[in-house]
Design a protein around this ligand. Structure first.
Ligand code: SF4
Ligand code: SF4
Length: 479
């Protein structure tokens, strides 16, 4: 076992091994095991969660260990209630854009690892990025998450900054990318400041696993091997001025109970030190890819446990958005949408340059196999048929509502008067510019129904007026 005896748990510490403390997680799991049948405690934790105040990693771990069917049902009901009360029926859409798969790291679960000599290596030029962005805009996307491997020679920070500039500069027909989220390797405060100045939305970095010993084995070579540098990245990002950060673990690498405790400890740490918790949490599960076989990892979780984890994240950090990608199949996505997922990707390509021109099999450069291959129009149509409002909203970041300003708005409950009309306005733009006839018909019906669910009458009137202006050809309104 890792010798962590020199480290003591301290949520306020800036040392990775102290705010994600191994002994504390082991103690937490022991506490959860000894209390999993303590139904009085389980009920008290669920009562607390009803108040929308969130749960600590200890409390959530007790719920995760609890096997009582009626209590598990209550967890799911509560997650659904929070999702409905707070996020309503809106689902924000985004797409990943892979810029480069050159990488000097040795992550054993990712086909971009340095030793993979047969995967096709690609790095998009600015001209190719332009073509990708036009293809994404032609689908209707407004929000991207850019991804690149870690490679200071091929993918230096200047390349990432140039790419962001290119993406924001392209205005094709009525299209525009209005928010670029960035998922690149842990870096310095100075580089985070440059990303902030380039106008990024959320900085996303998956921890992969919070278990230090496993982390070091899973990342045997390259700069990512340094657990502390990686785990402390969000603190540096916040020091560099980025106040929307996105966490995530890759479920399947380590024991899921360990990971949930670590993830919530990380959220508690950010809140304690920076006054604002994570903006989003992603819940990827390990998937098949070029030279990666998920069965080689023995901590895989089934769909039921996955749903329980999603429900517990929802009730533990009610104000943190939850993201699910096309790694998951349509049926799994359907199950967790009601449990609190607030953002999904649509029509994703996980290869470098797959949007403008689909890849042939020989030139496969993808990071993982996609389980949901539908077009964006099909995903939008499917969401509406299930009663959700697909939203292309990017308003908060553009209105400067990030970090603690965003959280303050969330907690004031006034966000309903922003999110709901913004969802309708951006959906309307999508319907006018990109939707198929069937999707358009469904969407117009949905907008006429949902306009009545804007709580504030003044906001409702303004929204109706703006919807008319969009019909007349104007674009880009926001609350
Ligand atoms: S997970 Fe990221 S850092 Fe690791 S090999 Fe893949 S691209 Fe590189
Ligand atoms: S108003 Fe803000 S929180 Fe709501 S969907 Fe838009 S960007 Fe997200």
């Amino acid at each position: 076992m890792t010798n962590n005896n020199t480290y003591k748990y301290d949520v306020n510490s800036l040392k990775a091994e102290e705010f994600i403390n191994h002994e504390e997680i082991i103690d937490t799991l022991g506490y959860a095991d000894s209390n999993k049948d303590n139904l009085e405690l389980v009920d008290a934790i669920l009562d607390k969660a009803e108040l929308l105040k969130g749960l600590t990693h200890r409390e959530a771990s007790v719920l995760l260990a609890c096997e009582d069917k009626s209590r598990i049902n209550r967890m799911f009901e509560l997650a659904q209630k929070i999702k409905k009360d707070f996020y309503g029926n809106r689902i924000v859409m985004f797409a990943p854009l892979y810029l480069s798969n050159y990488c000097i790291n040795g992550c054993v679960y990712c086909p971009y690892h340095l030793k993979n000599k047969h995967i096709c290596r690609k790095k998009l030029t600015q001209e190719e990025i332009k073509a990708e962005v036009i293809a994404l805009q032609d689908m209707g996307h407004k929000r991207l998450a850019i991804e690149a491997g870690e490679d200071p020679v091929n993918n230096p920070i200047e390349y990432i900054l140039d790419s962001i500039k290119t993406i924001y500069s392209i205005k094709h027909k009525n299209g525009a990318i209005r928010r670029v989220n960035v998922n690149i390797a842990a870096t310095t405060v100075e580089n985070y400041r440059k990303l902030k100045d380039a106008g990024i939305g959320t900085y996303i970095l998956f921890q992969e696993t919070y278990h230090k010993e496993s982390y070091e084995k899973l990342h045997p070579t390259g700069p990512k091997h340094d657990y502390a540098y990686h785990t402390e990245a969000m603190d540096r990002a916040m020091d560099g001025g980025i106040d929307d950060v996105g966490l995530g673990v890759l479920f399947g690498l380590e024991l899921y109970r360990y990971e949930l405790a670590g993830l919530l400890m990380h959220a508690e740490h950010l809140e304690a030190v920076h006054g604002v918790g994570p903006h989003t949490i992603s819940v990827p599960r390990i998937k098949r890819a070029d030279d990666i076989d998920p069965s080689a990892f023995d901590n895989g979780i089934n769909d039921d446990i996955f749903a329980k984890i999603c429900a517990l994240i929802r009730i533990s950090v009610p104000y943190t958005g939850m993201i699910i990608s096309t790694r998951e199949s349509q049926s799994v996505r359907e199950k967790v949408l009601n449990l609190g997922v607030s953002q999904i990707s649509g029509a994703s390509r996980t290869s470098v340059g797959g949007y403008a021109e689909p890849e042939t099999e020989e030139e496969n450069s993808s990071q993982f196999d996609v389980s949901d291959n539908r077009t964006l129009d099909e995903v939008v149509n499917w969401l509406m048929r299930m009663g959700f409002i697909p939203s292309f909203c990017t308003a908060c970041y553009r209105e400067g509502r990030t970090g603690d300003r965003f959280m303050a708005l969330c907690k004031s409950k006034q966000i309903q008067n922003c999110c709901h009309p913004n969802a309708l306005l951006t959906l309307k733009e999508y319907l006018m510019d990109y939707a198929s006839e069937d999707t358009k018909k469904l969407g117009e019906e949905l907008i006429s129904r949902e306009i009545n669910n804007i709580p504030n009458p003044k906001a409702k009137d303004v929204c109706i007026n703006k919807l008319d202006l969009i019909s007349e050809g104007q674009r880009d309104f926001r609350f």
